[in-house]
Design a protein around this ligand. Structure first.
Ligand code: AMP
Length: 448
């Protein structure tokens, strides 16, 4: 963005996007006029671990970009925090923030390998970069890349941005005091009182040069796929409920998922509760559609961070109790429907069901407001390998018995697809990967 308070505004923006990544954070930018060296600070951990009052008040920037890291490749090495910055020639800096995954540039992690698809993307962009036509060279370079990306690239000329032609990950354009702001979700616009302008379109790339407030769109045409593929799991779990992405309000989408689940999974019960926080909107929708009353049954401790000391001897099975605790009087003697947004390895549900049973619930019926997740994601969501995904090698009945529920119901893929339409990526549920890469075949491993 081009604003005299760019550093603090960017800090606020990435603070509001903390749910998208907790492994690292960083900000890169310049004052106006641009002076070298740029401001650059990044590190491992939460935004609040990386930035202090001093680091924010000692600098004043007019142009800035930031990132919160969520690793899908390259592991959790702290030097992988983004933006990644390169200085290929004396005094010429380039900074890249990438959300998504580019399977062809992603290699299996090798111990000690600190390369990621993002660092390889930087090499690719730099090799094709031309000072005289930054937008053209950037757009041409992206034409040969297949995968999921929403990205920002700050060059010595200004800020470039792009969203892949499938539109896997969100990217929105806003305006703050007349200057463009580009971010993953609208919650980052809300925190800085910026106005929402529109979503960056799949396949769109653009440029805002230093000193200008005008967004220039690329004139290099992209080959558009037959239909776009925004990630439906952003609506199910990943994005913040107060954001609007893919023309949906995320909270309303989740509530709708709960209502749909109630038609796919009919159960007799006294009370609907949710696994907080991500299961809450779907549980409200489920209660509304099923007519079963809703209440709070489980409280989540919001202050459990990476710094939590692992259980000491004699405190085994602390696991879920650290994060979730039931309100005993609400659940005792009741037939409960517990709603969660997704079941991945099944560890969480198994522990929560054990806890509820231990504290006197009479029956526990688990409703999942998404279909069985049987396929890993190669487009930016960190899901485990096929072997670790419980639904890839267990039937619904086997999963039910394993987690100890009285019944288990998923939202069917058919219902989900019918309601949200064909223009979404459902690969984690149906294994149909739109970007066919040899690398994906390798990564899937042997069928189970
Ligand atoms: P699991 O215990 O592996 O079955 O995980 C299920 C829980 O993790 C659910 O409560 C989800 O809200 C949450 N969840 C789903 N996908 C992810 C993800 N990619 N990263 C972190 N948590 C997730």
């Amino acid at each position: 963005m081009h604003h005299p308070q760019s550093l603090y505004l960017t800090y606020l923006g990435i603070y509001s996007l903390q749910h998208r990544g907790q492994e690292g954070a960083g900000i890169f930018g310049y004052p106006d006029p641009v002076v070298i060296p740029p401001f650059f600070q990044c590190g491992a951990g939460l935004v609040s671990d990386v930035f202090s009052q001093d680091s924010l008040s000692d600098h004043s920037l007019n142009y800035a970009m930031g990132h919160v890291r969520y690793s899908t490749s390259g592991g959790k090495h702290c030097s992988l925090a983004q933006p990644i910055v390169r200085q290929p020639r004396e005094g010429q800096y380039f900074a890249l923030s990438h959300n998504g995954t580019i399977p062809a540039l992603q290699e299996r992690s090798v111990a000690g390998d600190v390369h990621t698809d993002t660092s390889r993307l930087m090499d690719h962009l730099l090799a094709r970069y031309e000072t005289k036509s930054p937008l053209r060279s950037f757009s041409e370079a992206l034409k040969t890349i297949e995968g999921a990306y929403s990205l920002l690239w700050m060059t010595p000329e200004g800020l470039l941005f792009a969203r892949d032609p499938w539109g896997f990950r969100p990217l929105v354009l806003g305006k703050k005091d007349g200057s463009p702001v580009i971010c993953s979700e609208t919650c980052a616009l809300d925190i800085i009182d910026a106005e929402f302008v529109r979503e960056i379109q799949p396949g769109e790339s653009g440029f805002v040069s230093f000193g200008s407030r005008e967004v220039k769109q690329s004139c290099v045409p992209v080959e558009k796929p037959l239909h776009t593929q925004p990630c439906v799991f952003e609506l199910i779990y990943f994005a913040r409920p107060d954001s609007n992405i893919f023309d949906w309000n995320v909270y309303e989408a989740r509530k709708r998922l709960g209502r749909l689940l109630a038609s796919d999974y009919q159960v007799e019960a006294d009370l609907v509760i949710s696994v907080p926080d991500s299961g809450v909107p779907a549980s409200l929708g489920f209660s509304e559609a099923s007519g079963i009353p809703w209440d709070v049954g489980i409280i989540r401790n919001h202050y459990v961070h990476r710094t939590f000391i692992e259980p000491l001897p004699g405190f085994r099975d602390l696991g879920v109790k650290v994060k979730h605790n039931p309100i005993r009087s609400m659940i005792r003697g009741k037939r409960l429907v517990v709603i969660d947004d997704s079941l991945v390895r099944s560890t969480t549900s198994k522990k929560i069901i054990g806890l509820l049973r231990h504290h006197g619930a009479k029956e526990i019926h688990l409703g999942i407001s998404s279909p069985p997740m049987a396929w890993p994601c190669f487009y930016g969501i960190d899901t485990p390998s096929r072997q670790e995904l419980i639904a890839s090698n267990h039937s619904v009945e086997q999963i039910r018995s394993r987690i100890g529920a009285d019944s288990l119901g998923y939202l069917s893929l058919e219902t989900l697809r019918k309601s949200f339409g064909p223009n979404f990526c459902y690969a984690c549920f149906d294994g149909r990967y739109q970007v066919a890469q040899p690398a994906i075949g390798d990564l899937l491993g042997a069928p189970v």
